[in-house]
Write a protein that binds this ligand. Sequence first.
Ligand SMILES: [Fe+2]
Ligand SMILES: [Fe+2]
Length: 153
Amino acid sequence: MMLKTPLSLKAEHEELHAQLAEAMDAGGATGEAAAKVAKALHPHFLKEEEYALPPLGLLPALAEGRVLPEMEAAVAMAYRLKADLGQMLLEHREIVAALKVLVEAANSEGNEGASHFAEKLMLHAQTEEEVLYPASILVGEYLNLRLSEKIGR
Ligand SMILES: [Fe+2]
Ligand SMILES: [Fe+2]
């Protein structure tokens, strides 16, 4: 059972992390702005990989119609995300605000790579809000329904 952050999303997080480290290494106003992004981003990514994104690992199996009792753990994760959604969105707003400062610094210092990274991370947050978080919550709602049917409670 794949109750793990899908590899594609994990790889995307890792790439964003590596690019953020590069921006920090650039020093100057860019490095300073990137360090502020990192401070807001790190705990957020950890929460995502702990409970917000792992339910999505079940999507291929669920789309094939497979529902197994051991998928139950995803329900608690998804409900934790649902309860914490306001806080997650608030963190996105803080991260995006820090990224806007980074874009300005990077542009003024001619650091195209850092500016491109910042735009990419903003899009990443938007994708999570529009697609991934709602999908993760739906996985939990769907599983809860299907598992309670199976157990007949
Ligand atoms: Fe993320
Ligand atoms: Fe996020």
